[in-house]
Design a protein around this ligand. Structure first.
Ligand SMILES: Nc1ncnc2c1ncn2[C@@H]1O[C@H](COP(=O)(O)OP(=O)(O)O)[C@@H](O)[C@H]1O
Ligand SMILES: [Mg+2]
Length: 357
């Protein structure tokens, strides 16, 4: 018997996209449907390659198709088209669909670690990713990605370095190593303007911005001059860190930057015998998220491989992808990507315009 495309589409029309709360057919997510005897092949077009719901959509699709007579095998391929958040990105002329800042009230909480690993995790999923190390006081991402210099430009514009599939620019690569980074008002502003305006990013799905710590001038002017899709706040579990993180979070709220959520880093240490040690206390990140009415994006445990990898330019999501830390960071990345896409689409208003052909 021959299977009709209509029968397949009708079955897939019962499968919901869990975030967008509409079915895959209405959302025009089913592409390139081919039927060869009893074999059905199609592509599901996602709004982010780092979609945490792939497993569920695949299982639901297979279940729905099981009831179509004649179907013997199903092959599902994946593709994605990340929606643009619709913001005009000021000085940045490159087509950057979404810009996500990683901030915190203070340094040393793992802002750069989270930025680097989120960027690498997105790239590994297949997204086009840039990382702007805008921590002009303590630019660490070159070391964390093992990058020593920027490529030689062939014009006036800065060409990003590339590592682990991520395009990266850092003030650490624009000044001589060891040179102190002391900024005064006007200098700071012109550095930031140059930094934002002069980089040849090309087309990106995501630009991750590692912000300077705190709520001082540098963090403020960066967050202001770069329209952001959203911001992620990193904190340690303990009270003093929460106070700082809370200030950072309020800065974003005042600037009307959507806060995507709180990440709690160095949440606990698992000892070889399985005992859990709460070195910096526990539950603080979740508490802060509740208190400020934003999402809690997850806990990242401590692992010495994070630090070793950071020092050696080997991000943990790449070097130890199966470790609990890497898995936590990957899940956090997926939640961030998912939230950014859902917001860009405007779930309650329109159909996902950018995924409609
Ligand atoms: N979950 C973790 N486990 C172990 N070490 C970590 C973890 N997160 C960060 N570190 C280490 O702590 C130090 C500070 O982290 P970093 O990302 O540079 O913080 P920030 O950018 O906020 O100043 C780095 O040496 C880093 O490798
Ligand atoms: Mg840092």
């Amino acid at each position: 018997m021959t299977i009709s495309k209509e029968a397949i589409m009708q079955a897939l029309g019962t499968v919901q996209e869990p975030d967008l709360k509409q079915d895959l057919v209405t959302l025009n997510m089913i592409r390139n449907l081919e039927i060869d005897g009893g074999k059905v092949v199609f592509t599901i077009m996602l709004t982010t390659p780092a979609c945490p719901l792939k497993g569920k959509m695949e299982a639901d699709s297979r279940k729905a198709l099981a009831s179509v007579a004649g179907v013997e095998s199903i092959e599902i391929k994946w593709d994605s088209d990340v929606p643009n958040d619709g913001r005009t990105r000021g000085l940045i002329k490159a087509p950057i669909r979404n810009a996500i800042a990683i901030g915190s009230g203070k340094g040393g909480v793992g802002k750069s670690t989270v930025s680097v690993n989120v960027a690498v995790a997105l790239a590994k999923a297949g997204a086009r990713v840039g990382l702007l190390d805008a921590d002009i006081y303590g630019p660490n991402t070159p070391t964390m990605l093992g990058v020593e210099q920027l490529p030689k430009p062939d014009g006036p514009r800065i060409i990003p370095a590339e590592a682990y599939g991520v395009k990266m620019v850092s003030m650490g690569l624009l000044v001589k190593p060891g040179q102190p980074l002391i900024w005064r008002g006007p200098m700071l502003n012109s550095a930031i303007r140059q930094f934002l305006g002069d980089v040849e990013w090309g087309e990106l799905d995501y630009l991750i911005v590692d912000l300077p710590p705190g709520t001082g001038d540098a963090a403020l002017s960066l967050a202001q001059s770069l329209p952001l899709s959203g911001a992620v706040v990193v904190t340690l579990p303990q009270l003093v860190s929460l106070e700082d993180a809370g200030r950072g979070l309020n800065m974003f709220k005042k600037l009307e930057v959507p806060v995507l959520g709180v990440v709690e880093n160095m949440s606990y240490l698992e000892l070889p015998d399985g005992t859990i040690m709460d070195i910096f206390g526990s539950g603080g990140g979740e508490h802060l998220a509740k208190l400020t009415n934003v999402d809690f994006l997850g806990q990242v445990p401590m692992d010495q491989n994070v630090r070793i990898g950071g020092d050696r330019g080997k991000p943990i999501v790449d070097s130890h992808p199966d470790s609990p830390v890497a898995q936590a960071l990957t899940e956090i990345t997926q939640r961030i990507a998912q939230k950014v896409s859902v917001a860009a689409i405007g779930v309650n208003n329109d159909l996902p315009i950018s995924i409609l052909e």
